[in-house]
Design a binder for this molecule. Structure first.
Ligand code: RP5
Length: 183
């Protein structure tokens, strides 16, 4: 579970796992609709940490805390945030609401829901009307990891040291697959 709590300059309760990175100019905000999403979204948190990308993690909901969600999104760019990752399950409107209030790139991660295995989350996240884009990733853990890697790739466009880390990541990944042996 997220370890620290802070309101990060907005109203209401938010979860921040890494207080230090949260206060040190976060470049990425990882938002999730419920604390129950953390088990999946911790993979985005871990991936960003692996790349040394300053970020913060919050719980807020398009439906349960609509004012907090819109205020957070409206303030994000002025706080220096460059990418928002938003995860939600079921009627998953969080990424869309985030995108409605900012021109920052918003990446949506559909959570695997109990009722429909995440198909509801996927369709609710991906089917945005033309004009308000959400870059939607895969359902669940692969989506959480790839959202973080996508955020790193966006940031890497203007940060050569991040680009080098991404290239090294791909090299190591390829080597691992090439070296794989079967029982
Ligand atoms: C969504 O509803 C959340 O993102 C979560 O995936 C789902 C269930 O939330 P809880 O009932 O577990 O809080 O808003």
């Amino acid at each position: 579970m997220p370890k620290k709590t802070s309101n990060a300059g907005t109203q209401g309760s938010s979860k921040i796992r890494n207080q230090q990175s949260a206060t040190r100019n976060p470049l990425v905000a990882v938002i999730m609709g419920s604390k129950s999403d953390w088990e999946t979204m911790r993979h985005a948190d871990e991936t960003l940490t692996e790349f040394g990308v300053t970020h913060e993690c919050h719980v807020m909901s398009a439906h349960r805390t609509p004012q907090l969600a819109s205020e957070f999104s409206r303030a994000a760019a002025s706080r220096g945030i460059e990418v928002i990752i938003a995860a939600a399950g079921g009627a998953a409107h969080l990424a869309g609401v985030m995108a409605a209030h900012t021109i920052l790139p918003v990446l949506g991660v559909p959570m695997k829901s109990d009722a429909l295995n995440g198909m509801d989350s996927l369709l609710a996240t991906v089917q945005m009307p033309a004009g308000i884009p959400v870059g939607t990733l895969a359902i669940g853990k692969p989506g959480a990891i790839n959202a973080a890697l996508f955020a790193v790739a966006i940031l890497a466009n203007s940060r050569p040291e991040l680009r080098a880390k991404l290239e090294e990541f791909r090299r190591r990944q390829e080597q691992k697959v090439r070296a794989a042996t079967l029982p």
